[in-house]
Design a protein around this ligand. Sequence first.
Ligand SMILES: *Cc1c(COP(=O)(O)O)cnc(C)c1O
Length: 378
Amino acid sequence: MSDERPHLETLAVHAGSDPDPATGAVTPPIHLSTTFRRDADGTYPLGFVYTRSANPNRQALETALAVLQGGVEAAAFASGSAAAAAVLRVLRPGDHVLLPRELYHGIRKMVDGALVPWGLAVDYVDLTDLGTVRRAWRPATRLVWVETPSNPLLSITDLGAVSEIAHARGARVAVDATWTPPGVADPFAFGADLVVHATTKYLSGHSDVLGGAVIAARTDAYWERIRFVQQNEGAVPSPFDCWLTHRGLRTLPHRMRGHSAGAARLAAFLEERPEVARVHYPGLASHPGHALAARQMTGFGGMLSFRLHGGERAAMAVAARVRLFTRATSLGGVESLIEHRASIEGPGTTTPTDLLRVSVGLEHPDDLVADLAQALVG
Ligand SMILES: *Cc1c(COP(=O)(O)O)cnc(C)c1O
């Protein structure tokens, strides 16, 4: 089977992208219709009924996502947050979830503000420490939520070991793989049951569409409930959003190579600079999670962060001086972004104030290095 699987680049171009049978259009049309015709006998011969339940553009995107991620089915959502919410919402009040202490701040906000009041029990733990994971376990623990590398310190969790702990105790593992799309990591190969993406980021890749996805390793009752939440709570992406995300997907493997090469170059440059106290990038041999990352990733991705000897003032000053980088939050687009993460996350953040987070775009790495060099010196 694996011998016959085409390469990722080939799958990215072709999965879910057959020419339109009605017109021969090579690029898929956008199906804005919210409703679909029944035959005289009352059946729906083409399978579509109403766009909240299924739409041709969403179906094509879901096919492509499942194929690229190596899962069996995918469900597309209106945002990464809606995708994450669906995974957590199919649990029941009283169920317990382990989440990483260092977690994408929007998910923490959603969990604390909406899901804990609804009845979910949660603990935020250091998932990089397996002893902590075992000690935090409760009889009601149903799910472990993993983000590796973490945001924004890029610490590495041993996904295979965490999956083993969870599966031995009858729980599932969901991986937020927004930072590690297909081509950078394969969470299913390390035991993940569900892979979640903010397709807003690398999968769409052009900072012009919000979206999310959940991809399943297998179709079971848990997956059916996620599909139910998608179709009936209705946080679904529009046909145009699906079309844009699908368009972005076709170049994903090539973009990820460019992002990873650029990040590796910038990380090596920053590590040599006297103004820089620490560089957090798992591709660096000096990174404490480097060996583990090398085992469970096929590239090191396009995200890095670094900290300045001069503290918060120096970090803000460097961000103020960049010319090619754009000061903005988010990640995964073709343009390089830099941000002072602590001030975006706001009160209660655990992010160091001397830290800048960088999403390395697809500009030439020499130009990015030159821009940071002038910004560091001032
Ligand atoms: C952006 C992001 C999300 C949330 O996605 P939205 O589309 O903004 O809702 C979730 N996880 C990670 C790691 C992210 O970077």
